[in-house]
Ligand binder design. Structure first.
Ligand code: RAM
Length: 360
């Protein structure tokens, strides 16, 4: 779907029920199955931008998985921001990015504990929604960050970047390296992850452009943000598709595992790899010629923005309605966009020229 059409479709989402490329053109990673209910945040009253900023709040971060270094950095950003704001941070969450029921239990526990706000990166948008609605009924503000549920299940979504840009640019980065030719595959995270699935939808849409006529997506596999599973999936891809020219891995765990596999194999320097990774994870593979370029946002800034958004909501400075603005400390001033999406900004592309300027 061309960009303009996609944007029009996005605006019409309130009335359309079957669109697959959900609210992402509006900057978010919202899933259409939970998107079309009227968002209860409309009933949250009026925002008062001058309301006193509340202190001594408890904001709980609930990542997709606690032992993923990406979330360690993101949540530390949240912790630092909350300290500066005079509130308390806590983090809780599953060890596996596919423990969907575990994430639901954590939400229920946080509701019982009556925390003030929850910042959650959704493993599976559908199954979390009921629990999050229950939390909100109990006065808890819910912010999704990194991976959304749907507007009806949370007050705001803090998005790392425009999902459309992220999806399209990953294809563009790979195409450049492949001279727009050859078989390609995607190594994703969990099959239910809203963020990855939305980016993949945009990758597929980007590939429809005639300039990619000689590039063919042969398979999408899921490594579940598990290093070993991602490594094995990469190995399997190359066994099954010996002609494979390139891989896109839109997950920090996946791209690192794929780079590890490629760099120790005969495919090093022959099979291109791009996607979303941290500079610290990928430095070695950029230096040794396995990877040319990849991209990411700063996870610590994403976590900090989630913390600021949660506190602004709980203080009544914003309600999550489009057009509201709020200050997020040193990060600057942000405006709530369509469907309650707050956009962090543009990602950075890393390659051998700039990778040493970053340390995360
Ligand atoms: C992994 C997770 C996360 C995603 C990053 C890019 O760490 O899947 O949700 O945003 O990769």
């Amino acid at each position: 779907m061309p960009r303009a059409t996609l944007r029009r479709a996005c605006r019409a989402l309130a009335t359309v029920t079957t669109l697959t490329l959900a609210a992402t053109a509006c900057g978010g990673t919202t899933k259409d199955d939970v998107k079309n209910e009227a968002a209860p945040r409309a009933a949250a009253g009026k925002a008062d931008p001058d309301a006193a900023l509340k202190k001594d709040l408890t904001v709980a971060f609930l990542p997709k998985q606690v032992n993923n270094p990406y979330f360690t950095v993101a949540d530390k950003g949240g912790e630092k921001a909350l300290k500066e704001l005079g509130s308390t941070y806590k983090e809780t969450g599953p060890n596996s990015a596919t423990d969907t029921s575990g994430q639901v239990s954590y939400v229920n526990t946080l509701t019982q504990q009556q925390v003030d706000a929850i910042a959650v990166s959704a493993q599976d948008p559908g199954s979390l929604c009921t629990a999050l609605k229950q939390a909100r009924k109990n006065g808890i503000k819910v912010v999704t960050y990194d991976s959304d549920t749907g507007p009806a299940c949370r007050d705001a979504f803090v998005s790392q970047a425009s999902a459309e840009d992220l999806g399209r640019t990953q294809v563009q980065l790979l195409a450049k390296q492949l001279d727009h030719k050859g078989e390609i595959a995607i190594l994703s995270a969990a099959q239910t992850a809203t963020n990855q699935n939305t980016w993949i939808d945009f990758m597929k849409d980007e590939l429809k452009d005639p300039k990619y006529k000689d590039m063919k997506l042969v398979k999408t596999v899921y490594g579940n943000d598990d290093p070993q599973a991602s490594f094995q999936q990469t190995q399997g891809l190359l066994q099954e598709h010996p002609e494979l020219a390139g891989i896109i891995s839109p997950t920090t765990v996946g791209i690192k595992a794929a780079a590890q596999y490629l760099s120790g194999s005969k495919y090093k320097g022959k099979v291109a790899l791009t996607g979303l990774g941290t500079p610290n994870d990928m430095r070695e593979y950029v230096t040794n010629g396995t990877v040319d370029a990849f991209e990411l946002w700063d996870p610590a800034r994403l976590g900090a923005l989630a913390a600021h958004t949660a506190v602004a909501l709980k203080s009544g400075r914003i309600t999550g309605k489009e057009g509201e603005t709020f200050k997020a400390g040193a990060l600057g001033t942000f405006t709530v966009g369509e469907d309650g999406v707050v956009n962090l900004g543009k990602p950075t592309v890393f390659d051998k020229r700039n990778i040493d300027d970053f340390d995360f």
